[in-house]
Design a protein around this ligand. Structure first.
Ligand code: SER
Length: 315
């Protein structure tokens, strides 16, 4: 059967690269991007685009029916720092979009769904090092609460109605094509832009704050791999832990200095520090390795080189 793919939230940090990757794999016409706003010129020019609010059930139903979609990627969400400023709006967007899409899955309008969760499902009482797949999840942020609830709904719709929903707990994602919007791990992208533009950066997290991170192309690779895995191999229907690397702002600055020896960093922690302090420092992803063969390609050295090279070439 030929695939028709719809990406909701296609213009965000992950959505942009995911859409481009899916278009080059399955053909542009089979991959319909949609978002409430327009995206980068590359995204807008590379294939079909539909303006849509992912909290509008009727609009979703119409789009899924009209396109005869087979796979849906629901990437629309409000991230951790922004969600703390508008808790009710964040809950509405993060939860209702998911519940609508799951419900349309129950009605048989598509056959497979990808929905991202996050390291934000963990909280201050979770073991911080090598955080296991199954462990304490007592999130202290609105974003984390919405992701934890979403994981529960995903597993419920799978068990009860057989909806084939698949999920990854992404760590902080580092990319050069699109900026992140309102997350706690955003410093790890901002720092590269400032390093190249000004030679210095004021970081909103303390120098020794270790967080799990990943280069975007690894995250996209993982997503495609999970979506292509045989359903019977998947033992986790809440969301898979996923890990690549873990570093502090000081370690990232040091890695940038290998290329830009005069780069300077200073630290002015703000409210995002508290969020970062509640999250793990490193993640155990052995279940993802075992079930669908996950293996990252980028370490800190390679990621730093790629970020600086691509930002220089494309600015
Ligand atoms: N990068 C996200 C954030 O910081 C975590 O999922 O909110």
């Amino acid at each position: 059967m030929s695939k028709t793919i719809v990406i909701l939230g296609a213009c965000g940090q992950i959505g942009t690269e995911l859409t481009l990757a899916l278009r080059s794999r399955y053909g542009s016409d089979s991959v319909i991007a949609s978002d409430i706003r327009e995206g980068t010129p590359q995204l807008m020019e590379s294939g079909p685009f539909v303006t849509l609010d992912a909290t509008d059930f009727n609009a979703l139903k119409e789009l899924f029916t009209k396109t005869q979609v087979t796979e849906v990627y629901l990437m629309a969400a409000m991230l951790s720092a922004t969600a703390e400023k508008s808790p009710a709006r964040a809950w509405d967007l993060n939860m209702n979009s998911l519940l609508h899409v799951l419900e349309l899955g129950r009605q048989g309008l598509y056959s497979k769904l990808f929905w991202p969760s996050s390291i934000a499902v963990f909280g201050p009482n979770t073991p911080k090092q090598n955080t296991p797949q199954a462990t304490v999840t007592e999130p202290s942020t609105v974003y984390g609460i919405s992701k934890k609830a979403g994981e529960g709904w995903a597993a419920y719709y799978h068990r009860k109605y057989g909806v084939d929903v698949r999920s990854i707990r992404y760590p902080g994602l580092i990319s050069w094509k699109t900026q992140p919007g309102g997350g706690t791990t955003d410093y790890a992208v901002d720092i590269f832009h400032h390093a190249l533009k000004n030679g210095s950066y004021e970081c909103f997290l303390r120098e020794n704050t270790a967080l799990p991170m990943m280069y975007m192309s690894d995250a996209i690779q993982a997503t495609l791999q999970l979506m292509e895995a045989p359903a019977e191999d998947l033992s986790v229907r809440t969301s898979y832990n996923l890990s690549a690397l873990s570093f502090t702002p000081a370690e990232l600055a040091q890695s940038i200095r290998v290329h830009l020896p005069d780069f300077k960093i200073s630290y002015a922690p703000d409210s995002r520090q508290e969020i970062a302090d509640s999250w793990p420092e490193s993640i155990d992803d052995s279940q993802a390795q075992k079930d669908w063969g996950w293996k990252p390609q980028y370490d800190l050295k390679k990621l730093t080189r790629e970020m600086l090279h691509n930002l220089r070439e494309n600015s």
